[in-house]
Design a protein around this ligand. Structure first.
Ligand code: IMP
Ligand code: MG
Length: 178
């Protein structure tokens, strides 16, 4: 079945908002350094664009997590598929995510990172779906709050596709192709 993508947030709006968040972070951490942690794979496009807009010194690291599966979903336990390369001890860490949905992944991840002794720990997400929240997480920087719809683009995928779209879109089945 063919899919069609409806634009939810156009490219210029996403870019403008990322610039604003970059400015906010640069202001908040003035005179300090920030260490961005990208949650792969979805957070990668956002993190790169965001990092370009931050004017204080930036270092980067990457981590990949996956959910343990349906049966343990309620426990919110996630498996670390790829851990960070560097220690975060004493660093101003900002976790960069594509979307906060149920909040399970982030809640687990933030607790785990907190135990590693960062100087500060904040969360920055491009998208937030507050209606979907099951576990409360404190989000420090949000690009856009969106309704409960499945979105793609800017790092977000549907069956691994569409991550490269430069805007946020909603997948729709093409009526003509049904
Ligand atoms: P949660 O907040 O633990 O439920 O999981 C968030 C993760 O689910 C995100 O990092 C995405 O990988 C994935 N996800 C949630 N909503 C969407 C969506 O609308 N499109 C694509 N991936 C999504
Ligand atoms: Mg993600």
């Amino acid at each position: 079945m063919a899919e069609k993508i409806r634009v939810m947030i156009p490219e210029d709006k996403v870019d403008a908002r990322i610039k604003e968040i970059g400015e906010a972070i640069s202001k908040q951490y003035e005179g300090e350094e920030v260490h961005l942690i990208c949650v792969l794979r979805g957070g990668s496009f956002f993190m790169c664009e965001l990092a370009k807009r931050i004017t204080v010194p930036v270092t980067l690291d990457f981590m990949s997590v996956s959910s343990y599966g349906m049966d343990t979903k309620s426990s919110g336990v996630v498996k670390i598929v790829k851990d960070l390369d560097d220690s975060i001890k004493g660093k101003n860490v900002i976790v960069v995510e594509d979307v906060v949905d149920s909040g399970r992944t982030l809640s687990y991840l933030l607790d785990m990172l907190k135990d590693r002794g960062p100087k500060s720990l904040r969360l920055c997400t491009l998208l937030d779906k507050p209606e979907r929240r099951v576990v409360q997480v404190h989000v420090d920087y949000t690009g856009f709050e969106i309704p409960d719809e499945f979105v793609v683009g800017y790092g977000l995928d549907y069956a691994q596709k569409y991550r490269n779209l430069p805007y946020i879109g909603v997948v729709e089945l093409d009526e003509a192709a049904k």
